[in-house]
Design a protein around this ligand. Structure first.
Ligand code: ANZ
Length: 799
């Protein structure tokens, strides 16, 4: 058979589209399986070879699950709002909507050419008004429940993108998108109170099967910490509240540190006011990241004219300001225990402050002793001898009795800055009238983006929408006689993706974001694969929205996704990250054209451990095409037969078992290797019958769907493989019937013999003694002992 991959692949792609085999329907009696991949951002560059790795992997699962009888939902859509499109539109004087349409066409064409079995009947696009109507609707529900609020606050500001950023979008103090150093800017911003869901977001992680590193990253990001707030009296009659996770170390608190922004500083009459002011100025210019993470060399100023009193030692202790204490965490003030906290230790050394050890067992001459979980208290009065855990409890009790302290849970998580001063995003459906914000009426949604001539942000840092009077000027939603002004900020690019998996369940509904019964059938998503870079962004945001929607009765489950996995990145050939600037980005189209989508898919799944990063090899698709051709050549030796031949039963059943398990556990590379072994074994018999061929191509179908359908048709089968059943294996048959064991003489391996599994001792010995080498080495000698381990080894001891 001539392998014209372009023709064959097009033929099957057309057939799948015409027959709608992959369109998911609500077949309520059938068991469902919902597979999700992160929908792409339709950038101008099109797909790169990283996309097919994620998409093919879950496509393999989708195809397998369908053949196993599941009603599979495997949808796709486009997450199309956002800066890259807006920037491209500005540069090329085009309408972002037109740019988006064009890019989506390219993406669709590419995805189709890869043969991914998406349910195309459920395609969504977050920039369509019929979609973002519901994004706006969710915002309104959050507003009504007090979770969306507008606040004047200092935010992360990227001066290059002219845009506010959420904490999650600031990486090492720089803008996630352009790398520019992030500054602080005070702006009036819409915020979403994700912190109100902090507990639920942490606790929910115990109920899902995400890979462990995703759970850990989310837990760390949310940063739930159990501690206490304690009031320290000051010598000027005031008091300072500190947050500590270690009330047990209070006898070691030898000084106190306030954040330079602490509000009490303005109130107190300090002798060294000017020095304090100068330090505050200096701190203001640093980002939280510099202050918290990079802060190696400690700086600070000791306040003159006021001291704090340690409530347990009753000693007066100095109060400092230092930038390593952040105003945005806890109370913005700490009790410093230099003996047991590294930052405090460094600071105490620098300022020559007393270091008092209160937990036994360490050596504090060179560094703080922090590994104290199992320790015992010393230098702590009546608490000496208690364990850390006991002391925490006892000291907390005492603080409560004294009325100066209580338990407190803190989170690192901050509320989500939800305003962007840009054009290409969902308009926020709020109107300002008579000095207050009024939500739009739901019946008036969607609030659509108006067409504008220029998409450039304004110099004042406002959205271009602010320059359109027809958009801005409106009336109050509650009273059309009252004039109002619309919010001109738009939502961040994370908005549309925070609930898109819900829309797939019912993508054309205009009465609700999705019908409850359909949601109940499809949810939760059974398996979601996506990038690690989204763990504390999209993945966290969408869990938050979902939990909110659950609380207001819109969705039936507490969690959106049951399982979350992540693919390793595909690197350039030199092992570096693929990027435009390095010029090492590979476009899948070239390989599809030259070697075929099947060869590319096989290579993407074969190129290494799926969860690890792996370098791209330009020769790879070609090599895998050779394997495809080897399978095709089996056509030349095909004979009739409707059962697998006896001698091939074990290898077939071993392969079915391994491939089934491997496909479902991200071990695509070993599954393919096993199929290669099977093909080799078949070639050793110099022929293949139709039943064997059908089984082989069924196993290969999820990875190489086009050529296997073609072979299936050539073998004379009417039904497409994708509509057939997945082969079953018989566990007994997976055990090899013929095995090889070594035969030793006096402990030295002389020969290996093939025996039947579980062959009895006498028979094995008879066979062994008939072997030439064994015969010659035992002749004329006395056999003193025969040691036989069934199925393992035979050792003959001679003298
Ligand atoms: C005394 C102490 C003794 C502390 C000790 C630690 C170890 P997590 O776990 O992250 O919640 N802290 C509190 N507020 C802070 C702020 N605004 N800026 C910088 N540091 C702050 O950490 C809580 C601990 O971090 C608190 O417990 C406090 O130091 C410090 F052996 O208090 B600890």
């Amino acid at each position: 058979m001539e392998y014209n991959h372009q023709q064959i692949e097009k033929k099957w792609q057309d057939k799948w589209a015409e027959t709608h085999v992959f369109d998911a329907k609500e077949d309520y009696d059938k068991k469902k399986y919902y597979l999700l991949v992160e929908f792409p951002y339709p950038s101008g560059q099109g797909l790169h070879v990283g996309h097919p790795r994620s998409y093919t992997a879950l496509d393999v699962v989708a195809r397998l699950k369908r053949m196993q009888g599941f009603n599979v939902l495997f949808p796709i859509g486009f997450d199309a709002f956002g800066l890259p499109t807006e920037r491209y539109a500005i540069k090329n004087h085009m309408d972002p909507e037109v740019v988006t349409k064009k890019n989506i066409e390219t993406f669709k064409h590419q995805l189709t050419s890869l043969g991914i079995s998406f349910s195309w009947n459920r395609e969504i696009n977050t920039t369509e008004p019929s979609y973002y109507k519901w994004t706006q609707w969710i915002f309104l529900q959050m507003y009504k429940k007090g979770l969306a609020y507008k606040e004047q606050m200092s935010i992360n500001w990227c001066p290059d993108c002219k845009i506010g950023l959420a904490n999650e979008e600031v990486i090492n103090g720089c803008c996630e998108r352009c790398g520019h150093t992030v500054e602080h800017k005070v702006k009036n911003q819409w915020m979403l109170a994700i912190t109100k869901y902090a507990d639920k977001l942490v606790d929910g992680l115990d109920t899902v099967q995400y890979i462990e590193k995703v759970k850990t990253q989310q837990r760390n990001w949310i940063g739930r910490s159990y501690g206490a707030e304690i009031n320290f009296k000051t010598t000027n009659g005031d008091s300072v509240k500190v947050y500590t996770t270690r009330p047990d170390t209070i006898f070691g608190a030898t000084y106190m540190v306030l954040s330079p922004e602490h509000p009490l500083l303005a109130k107190w009459d300090l002798k060294n006011k000017d020095e304090v002011k100068a330090y505050q100025e200096e701190a203001r210019r640093k980002s939280d990241f510099e202050r918290a993470e990079l802060n190696k060399d400690k700086t600070g100023v000791c306040l003159e004219g006021v001291k704090a009193i340690n409530p347990f030692t009753n000693k007066e202790i100095p109060i400092f300001i230092s930038d390593y204490v952040l105003m945005t965490y806890g109370t913005g003030a700490i009790m410093s225990v230099p003996a047991h906290d590294t930052r405090d230790y460094d600071f105490a050394k620098k300022f020559d402050l007393p270091i008092v050890e209160v937990i036994k067992g360490g050596d504090i001459s060179k560094e703080a002793y922090t590994d104290t979980a199992e320790g015992e208290l010393i230098n702590s009065g009546e608490y000496n001898g208690l364990s850390v855990a006991e002391a925490k409890e006892k000291i907390l009790e005492r603080l409560q009795e004294m009325g100066i302290g209580d338990k407190k849970v803190n989170f690192k998580l901050r509320d989500w800055v939800f305003s962007r001063q840009r054009y290409w995003g969902e308009p926020i459906p709020m109107v300002y009238c008579e000095d207050k914000w009024v939500p739009m009426n739901e019946k008036d949604l969607p609030l659509t983006l108006p067409h504008v001539d220029s998409y450039e942000p304004t110099d004042s840092g406002e959205s271009p929408l602010a320059l359109i009077p027809e958009f801005v000027n409106t009336t109050c939603p509650n009273d059309p006689s009252v004039p109002g002004k619309r919010e001109t900020d738009t939502m961040p690019n994370w908005a549309g993706s925070s609930w898109y998996y819900l829309r797939y369940c019912d993508p054309h509904n205009d009465e609700a974001l999705a019908d409850y019964k359909k949601l109940k059938y499809w949810l939760p998503v059974d398996w979601y694969n996506g990038g690690m870079e989204h763990t504390t962004l999209h993945l966290l945001y969408s869990r938050f929205w979902h939990k909110f929607l659950y609380d207001i009765g819109v969705v039936p489950t507490e969690e959106p996704y049951m399982k979350r996995t992540s693919h390793g990145m595909i690197l350039g050939e030199n092992g570096e990250k693929m990027s435009k600037s390095r010029g090492n980005v590979r476009n899948p189209d070239e390989y599809v054209k030259e070697y075929g989508a099947d060869a590319l898919r096989l290579y993407e799944m074969f190129l290494g451990d799926y969860e690890k990063s792996a370098p791209w090899n330009d020769d790879g698709p070609k090599q895998l095409r050779k394997f495809v051709e080897r399978v095709i050549r089996l056509l030349d030796v095909t004979v009739d037969g409707d059962e697998i031949r006896k001698e091939l039963l074990p290898i077939f059943h071993i392969t079915i078992k391994k491939v089934t398990n491997d496909y479902l556990t991200l071990k695509y590379n070993t599954a393919i290797a096993q199929i290669m072994t099977l093909v080799n074994e078949i070639y050793l018999t110099e022929k293949i019958n139709k039943c064997e061929f059908k089984t082989l191509i069924t196993l290969l179908n999820p990875v190489a769907p086009h050529i296997t359908e073609e072979l299936n048709e050539r073998l004379g089968f009417d039904k497409m493989i994708c509509e057939c059943e997945w082969p079953q294996y018989d566990e007994d048959l997976t055990v090899l019937q013929t095995i090889e064991i070594p035969v030793q003489i006096n402990g030295k391996v002389i020969e290996r013999i093939k025996i039947e599994r579980d062959m009895e001792e006498a028979k094995v010995i008879e066979l062994a003694l008939a072997l030439e080498d064994i015969k010659s080495k035992t002749e004329g000698k006395t056999i003193v002992k025969k040691i036989f381990v069934p199925n393992k080894i035979l050792n003959i001891v001679v003298k």
